[in-house]
Design a protein around this ligand. Structure first.
Ligand SMILES: O=C[C@H](O)[C@H](O)[C@H](O)COP(=O)(O)O
Length: 268
């Protein structure tokens, strides 16, 4: 007897008609996500980037829209803005849009950084580093008067882990990844995976030559500030993707094109 889920049965089920509906549905979801990212990014750049300022450029797919908007504003309003990148990707975006590229050596005081996030909780604690850029992002954010997050509606959570299931990224020195993995799980439980590359054999290597561990925590009620401090004390840990008390405001683009805002001042 053929199993119900055999390839032939699946093939019969996926007729060209319902395949078209599945593809249409996926395209609509993708478009609504992209639109949500764009409206959030445009709003943040319009509200926060001023003339004669130093601007920290975050990393990820949502930041692409922020840089796009900034370049439009630089052209139409003749804004003078120096851009400080938070990754190789951010640097390439700045160059591609002919914006002024700066560095922390010459501009260590940033007015505002606009960055994406993998998840934002009710207390404005962030998980970042889904794209492996957490270390430079945290350095740039720490040099900024304001950190503003731009994200689509799927990143808006009550508690960390509500929506983002890939865990907290932790950047580590390669030789120490196994002991670090063991120490974190024995302190806080959960499960840890070494992040593997997609178009390369072996692990992801960050812009700084390190590895990334993804910690799937099992307790959503941890004190993230303490957890962050404890993990950072482990020798070989370079940085965590937990951004605690750093973010001033988050803009969440919605599927229908509106933007929901959340401020740290309302919460704290
Ligand atoms: O390492 C990547 C960064 O922390 C990104 O800002 C974060 O992963 C969000 O990226 P995206 O805007 O693509 O969702």
């Amino acid at each position: 007897m053929q199993p119900l889920y055999s390839v032939r049965n699946l093939y019969n089920f996926v007729t060209s008609e319902n395949l078209r509906s599945i593809v249409n549905y996926c395209t609509k979801v993708k478009m609504s996500l992209e639109q949500a990212k764009q409206v959030a990014a445009y709003r943040a750049v319009d509200e926060y980037v001023k003339n004669n300022s130093i601007f920290g450029v975050g990393s990820g797919s949502t930041v692409v829209y922020a840089v796009q908007r900034l370049s439009e504003r630089v052209e139409t309003e003749n804004l003078q803005v120096i851009c400080i990148p938070s990754s190789f990707q951010a640097k390439q975006l700045i160059i591609k849009h002919n914006l002024v590229l700066g560095e922390l050596d010459t501009n260590p005081d940033i007015d505002v950084t606009i960055d994406g996030a993998d998840e934002v909780d009710n207390n404005m604690t962030l998980i970042k580093g889904g794209g492996g850029c957490l270390l430079q992002e945290k350095i740039v954010a720490s040099c900024s008067k304001k950190l503003i997050v731009i994200a689509d509606y799927t990143k808006d959570s009550k508690k960390l882990g509500d929506h983002y299931k890939k865990g907290v990224p932790i950047e580590v020195i390669p030789m120490a990844y196994v002991p670090i993995k063991n120490k974190i799980t024995s302190m806080f439980g959960g499960e840890i995976k070494l992040r593997n590359a997609v178009a390369k054999a072996g692990p992801v290597v960050t812009d700084n030559g390190n590895f990334i561990l993804d910690w799937m925590f099992s307790n959503q009620d941890l004190d993230w500030e303490k957890v962050n401090e404890s993990i950072k004390m482990i020798p070989g840990v370079v940085e965590t993707g937990l951004f605690v008390k750093m973010c001033e405001k988050a803009y969440f683009g919605q599927p229908e094109g509106t933007v929901v805002e959340r401020s740290a001042s309302i919460i704290n």
